[in-house]
Every structure is written in C-alpha cells, then in structure tokens.
Design a protein around this ligand. Sequence first.
Ligand code: ATR
Length: 269
Amino acid sequence: MKKFAVIGSPIKHSLSPQIHTLFGKRLGIQISYEAIEVKRAEFKAKVDKLLNDGYLGLNVTLPLKEMAFQYSDINSEEATFTESVNTLNIKNSSVFGETTDGQGLLLDLKDKGFRLEGSRVVLLGSGGSAKSIIPSLLSNNLKSLSVANRTQNKAEVLVNKYKDTSPEIGLIEVDKPVDSEVDIVINATSAGTLKQSLTMPPNIFGPTTRVYDLSYSKDITPFNLLAQKAGIKDTYDGLGMLVNQAALSFEIWNEIRPDIEGIEGKLRS
Ligand code: ATR
C-alpha cells in the first residue's frame, strides 16, 4: 500500500482524501491518503517524521506552500518561479518539490470553455494563490493580465517580477474603474474565505465577462454571488481546479494520470 497525505491547517474539511481515493480505485492502485493537520511551527518536525514513516508523497496546502518550497531538495522550474510547492515527491531519498496549481487551473479553465488567448484578464489578489498561477496564465498569450490587490505594493512586486519577460502584465488599482472591458476575472483573494468584503474596480463585471473564483464552498462563493448579482451568468468556483491539480499530483507520484470525468459532480452532490 502506497502512503500519501495532504498537510495544512485547517485540514479537516479537505476533499483531497476523497479525490485521491477515487483516483486509486479507478486505476486499481492501492493507496492510502490521509488529511493531516500541520501548523507552520511544526512543519519540519512533522514532515521529517512522515517521510521517515514511509510516505511517498505529500500534498501541501495553506499555509505551508512556501515552507514546502524551502524544504525540498530539488524544485521544479515552476515551483522555483512561484516559490510555492503543493506536491512533495519522495524518490531515491530525495525530496522533489512541484506545483500543480497553475496547470490544474489551466486544465479546468479549458474544461469550462474559457479562452485565454487574446483575452483581457484581471487577477484580484497577490498572495500565495495568485503567485502560484501567474506563470501558467502568462504562458497563454493573453492580451493583458492586470493585477489588483488591496495592498498595492504587493501587486507591484509581483508585476515587476514578470514585466521584463511578459510585458502584457500590468497593475491596476482596486478602487478605480478599469478602462476597457474585462474578458475574465479571477479572484485569488481570501476575502470570501475570511468572510470579509472585497473592494474591486466598480465596472469590473461587463456584459460578457466570465468569472472564476479560486476558492470553493458548498454553496455559491461570496465572490461569485457578487458577480451574479451584477448580472454575470458564467461563474465558476475552484473545485474543478482542485480535482485537476490532484490528478496532476497523482500522476507525479504514480506515473499515470487518472481520469477525472464525473468527479467534480460527485463531490458537489
Ligand atoms: P492565499 O494563499 O489564499 O493567497 P494569502 O497569501 O494570505 O492567502 O493572500 C491573501 C490575498 O487575499 C492577499 O492578496 C490579500 O490582500 P493583502 O495583500 O492586501 O492582504 C487578499 N485579501 C484578503 N482579504 C481581503 C479583503 N478583505 N479585501 C481584499 N483583499 C483581501
């Protein structure tokens, strides 16, 4: 039996054990997959112990993705760029760090029929979640990627990091109107999870704007509710991204990509 787990805090409500168990069943691979509470202060001691106990891979979620990046022996190019690791893979006694968040988002956007090429995209937020998806978004020939964040200098740092290689990235202010219609709005703030209100450009939702909220909840997310109240029909939450990034992690560990068909629907019901 191959042992895997997701670590983070809070972790009780993680859907990852359910998702990976389904993948294992579909492929006839015997795995165990637990959700283990790990706080920042205990990261090294607990991860050392898990690896010692024979775990072959760990998914890493909030608030540990940067610590996992520091912990790995060898990080992938994308993990290095984003300074974020959501998948630890143990191989030949080395710890490999990878991030499947960005590619998981791209796969789900594709599944949901989003067209990124030539699109004007607004990204709200500049924390860990926003950082982990920027290189993937920028790999799609967007017309523009405009980043807005409550604390503007954090958005500025992010934009400056990519500006030279990707001139389509730019900064916008959270409380000023945008000057052209937005095709896609991606919410990467934690305002909804924290049950706080969110300031954003007043005209951000145009008649043809599509909305993707990286967070997910049983009911519609607060951000998607705001968008719907502003007349947007096309709103998606991050559950599909979760399933896709899980499939990519599973593939890193087991060298086979599980079929995700029907899993998102199953989780919703
Ligand atoms: P995560 O890993 O989920 O991205 P994070 O790194 O703590 O979590 O980042 C949270 C992001 O949500 C930040 O961009 C934060 O803005 P600040 O940089 O100004 O803190 C944003 N955020 C959180 N609560 C918010 C709120 N009520 N309104 C606007 N932005 C908010």
